[in-house]
Ligand binder design. Sequence first.
Ligand SMILES: Cc1cc2nc3c(=O)[nH]c(=O)nc-3n(C[C@H](O)[C@H](O)[C@H](O)COP(=O)(O)OP(=O)(O)OC[C@H]3O[C@@H](n4cnc5c(N)ncnc54)[C@H](O)[C@@H]3O)c2cc1C
Length: 485
Amino acid sequence: MASSGVKPCADKETLLTFSRSRNNVSGRCNLLRIMSRIRLVVTSLAKHNCDLPVVISGAGIAGLASAVALHKEGFHVQVLETAPTLRQEGTAIGLWDNAWKALDSLGVAGGLRTNYSALDKVELCQGPKGRLLKHFSFSDCEGGAGSEFRAVHRSALLEALADSLPPETISFGTSVLSFSQQAEQPNAAATASNTGHGNSGTVPNVLAGVRDSMLRVRVQKGSVQEDLDAAILVGADGVRSAVAQQLGMPLPNYSGYSAYRGVATLGQEGVKRVGLPAGTIRQIWGAGVRAGVYQLNDSELYWFVCFNADLQSTSDAPEQHLQKALALVKGWSWSLENIIQSTSPDQVSRSRCVDRWTLSPWGKGQVTLTGDAAHPMTPNLGQGGCTALEDAILLAAVLRPLASLEGQPSEGKVSTALRKFEQLSSARCLPLTVRSNLMGAALQLEAAPITLARDAFVGSTLFSPAHFLDHAKYDLHAAVMRAQN
Ligand SMILES: Cc1cc2nc3c(=O)[nH]c(=O)nc-3n(C[C@H](O)[C@H](O)[C@H](O)COP(=O)(O)OP(=O)(O)OC[C@H]3O[C@@H](n4cnc5c(N)ncnc54)[C@H](O)[C@@H]3O)c2cc1C
């Protein structure tokens, strides 16, 4: 198997070809991006002196953010992604204050801030009857003044993260199948095997040649299966994570509700006509069905419709997704139908809402999990993606001391660091997972007396928004300090 490492990133060929080497979503490549990628290559050359190679399974938010954070620490990182490109499923995502702090730390927040509107007001509404139950601003919440929230296109978030990585870091069309942990392994370059039918299209084994690599990761690219060597494997492969399954994790539980999500392109005038006050997150509640609308930017709105449903197929055509979403909110106020009708079918998706109440430790030896692979949570607090970003910072913080060691650290040191990461991540994510689950159960209730009581309570002076932003408050700096001690 060919060995490529970090060094080849520096050669002229790479510099000339990097803009076409990554099969990213839009292929938009302007001069600024090219300049910043060249800078990346140069700085990565200067930094890559760490002998601890990391394989990351999955190029979603968790995988890419972890790759950026670890790359910044000087690790050799390789990300393997099943899909042929960065995935767009979910269309957009709400990022709370904790996510922006993590994105700042990763150095990728700037461009996203420029392109997406800051929202700091909330409207809680009754769907069918069109009654505004409560409105408040973030400054009415405890510690909420200055708290940042923006909804962004998922593709923009993934691209921003991917663009912060050196070329060739991500191998698309490549699935992690399994891993094996070995007591001691001879020089990886000599042992890497290609069990497929040819040499073309194999995954570059950036880890080849590393001493005493203890993990072998079996991957599939097309019809070819091959083994890569790693000192650390990070399973960031989402709710159906192959790595989590091999670690013995059960699949997440279905909550009993699913969601349609979409991005409506209305243009500036259309957005104004919808009557959503600037900077407002609007949540609209019915019985067993609820919706939300957030402004992405001047001309686009992100919407979702969450509804009770049996565990069933999500393989409808996109046009059917739109029709079914419309049917769920038929006759509701708040211009919901207009917004959904202004959505192109390729801008809509359907997802099941699942979770798993995962206790740490969830990894073993030199293998860990992050993001949805580790702690899938229902979307009621909008924290799954945000905590995946936090995970990346914590993971890099626990591994930071190992990056500066001479030579490759022992398996024991790596394992201790990864268990510490899991402990910190679990302490943060388990309470969120439980809270999100309970909140979803309350918001998806169908019985009329209960929903009437709920709406009466929220509309009354008994309801206080004081704790509305609690989920977004996380002292990342303090957690990083704990990670390093
Ligand atoms: C309806 C809904 C709304 C949501 N809203 C929000 C929100 O507003 N804010 C928020 O923060 N979160 C939200 N979330 C949660 C958020 O979407 C997830 O927490 C987040 O996407 C998790 O990212 P991830 O990288 O861990 O997993 P994923 O995004 O699932 O990425 C996993 C990646 O791994 C790849 N992969 C899978 N298996 C393999 C394999 N074997 N080998 C290689 N690659 C593999 C996949 O193709 C995928 O690209 C919402 C979720 C839902 C369902």
